[in-house]
Design a protein around this ligand. Structure first.
Ligand code: SF4
Length: 453
């Protein structure tokens, strides 16, 4: 049987694209292997939001060049955000080991390049729905691309204009994936709350959430990433009203000072953002607000950074993805970075990142400590080193030990240990069992958020 290997870097959208590709490859008769050296078909799903992500991909391509020499029949595909409409011809000269360049999210275009498929596959739209054993928690893309032009962001150049998937197609995918065993769906988009403005009748995310919520067998529903400019009261009220909608909203602010937000071309002010948070918190009790922040954007002074630090301490987010500014060719911020008067030195960016991380760790440590001695409801996803691993409604990672199979079930866990990255405990109403401390100290997987960090 022919084999494939997929290597993925980047955000949830890339992870979701790779899951879909994986299901589609299995449908055409390919089997997964752990190492690229053993595969007939190798796909690198790339990310270009930061220079470091691109460096990882080019490093990997270097090792694949040797593979291509020793096994010239291996087909190598470079997929994802590194491949834009503007750079394919440049890459063709620079990366001779790559056989095919495919734009982000185009699963059917990757499948079209599979050599000698065992079975034909003419339904590329819903591959994840047909995976034999979908994970407990599945990501379903609902809108591709981005119409904004944030100064620092390369995504619109690579992923193109917004394209919403028809509602009926999304609902069918959700129905099929839940029928095969998934319990939680996360609706995905670069700006998820912009969903539907380009569709006939202009349905919005609230309409879609309402419809997906009715999927028989669905236990939990989330969506990400939201943009403050698109978040409506109707959406907030819908999440507040529907019991399967989890109390967690990811709302990137990116900076805590209006001058930097203006430079970033984000389209809102700190005041408007805080008003939005206030309305969300008033409507959705115990909601966990999460965000993304870039430090060291060109023009960021000590005073601007201090405003971001103050915001972290004031708003008390449940999670913050923090990144130092990384200049991306073709963006307006890349031009600003060339101006010495605006560029923030590398060491200062790193210092600010560390300072912000320290402040946020203190906030989240304190938030999680409040759960000590309480019982939380956990949707169990998998086993890790003998312990069960799941998430609360607010998306906190929880570990517990038990002999029964808890995959895909809701467990009530009495919390006996808290930390900034995870919690652990035992099934409520049962005698405590000790949980492997090595696992419980592990930081949650660091996935790059959909928005640029
Ligand atoms: S940061 Fe987000 S909203 Fe802004 S251009 Fe990039 S993807 Fe679009």
């Amino acid at each position: 049987m022919p084999t494939y290997h997929i290597w993925t870097v980047g955000c949830q959208m890339n992870i979701s694209d790779s899951e879909r590709l994986e299901a589609a490859l299995q449908r055409v008769g390919y089997s997964p292997v752990d190492r690229a050296e053993e595969a007939d078909f190798v796909v690198l799903n790339s990310c270009s939001v930061r220079e470091s992500a691109e460096e990882r991909i080019t490093g990997k391509l270097g090792s694949l060049a040797h593979l291509k020499k020793s096994k010239p029949d291996t087909q190598i595909v470079l997929w994802g955000c590194m491949v834009g409409p503007d750079n394919q011809s440049i890459f063709k000269d620079k990366l001779p080991m790559v056989d095919h360049f495919v734009s982000p999210s185009a699963v059917d275009e990757v499948i079209a390049r599979v050599p000698n498929p065992v079975y034909s596959f003419d339904e590329p739209v819903l591959p994840i729905a047909d995976a034999l054993h979908p994970p407990v928690s599945v990501h379903v893309p609902i809108i591709y691309g981005c119409n904004m032009s944030c100064a620092y962001c390369v995504i619109p150049l690579r992923r193109g204009r917004e394209r919403s998937r028809p509602m009926a197609e999304i609902l069918e995918e959700c129905r099929r994936v839940v029928a095969r065993g998934a319990k939680e769906i996360t609706l995905l988009g670069q700006i998820v709350d912009a969903y539907g403005h380009d569709l006939p009748g202009r349905p919005d995310l609230a309409d879609l959430v309402e419809a997906v919520h009715d999927t028989p067998g669905l236990v939990r529903l989330r969506f990400l990433t939201s943009h403050p400019a698109w978040m409506t009261q109707k959406l907030i009220d819908t999440v507040a009203r529907l019991p399967k909608c989890m109390p967690e909203i990811n709302l990137p602010i990116q900076a805590g000072h209006n001058e930097i937000l203006k430079r970033m071309k984000r389209g809102y002010t700190v005041e408007r953002y805080k008003d939005l948070i206030g309305r969300i918190r008033a409507a959705i009790p115990h909601v966990s607000m999460t965000t993304d922040i870039i430090v060291g954007h060109p023009g960021e002074t000590d005073e601007h950074f201090k405003a971001t630090l103050d915001l972290i301490n004031e708003v008390r987010f449940g999670k913050v993805h923090i990144a130092a500014f990384s200049s991306r060719p073709g963006t307006t911020a890349a031009d600003m970075e060339l101006d010495e008067a605006l560029a923030v030195p590398y060491w200062k960016k790193q210092l600010r990142r560390v300072e912000l991380e320290k402040a946020q760790t203190a906030v989240v440590t304190e938030i999680n400590q409040r759960l000590l001695g309480k019982t939380v409801e956990v949707l169990v996803e998998s086993q890790a080193k003998g312990n069960w691993r799941g998430r609360t409604g607010q998306n906190q990672l929880v570990y517990f030990a038990d002999d029964a199979d808890w995959t895909g079930r809701l467990a009530h866990v009495a919390i006996t240990r808290t930390g900034p990255w995870s919690l652990s405990g035992h099934l409520a109403g049962t005698a405590p069992k000790s949980v492997d401390q090595v696992v419980t100290q592990t930081r949650a997987a660091d996935v790059i958020p959909l928005e640029v960090i």
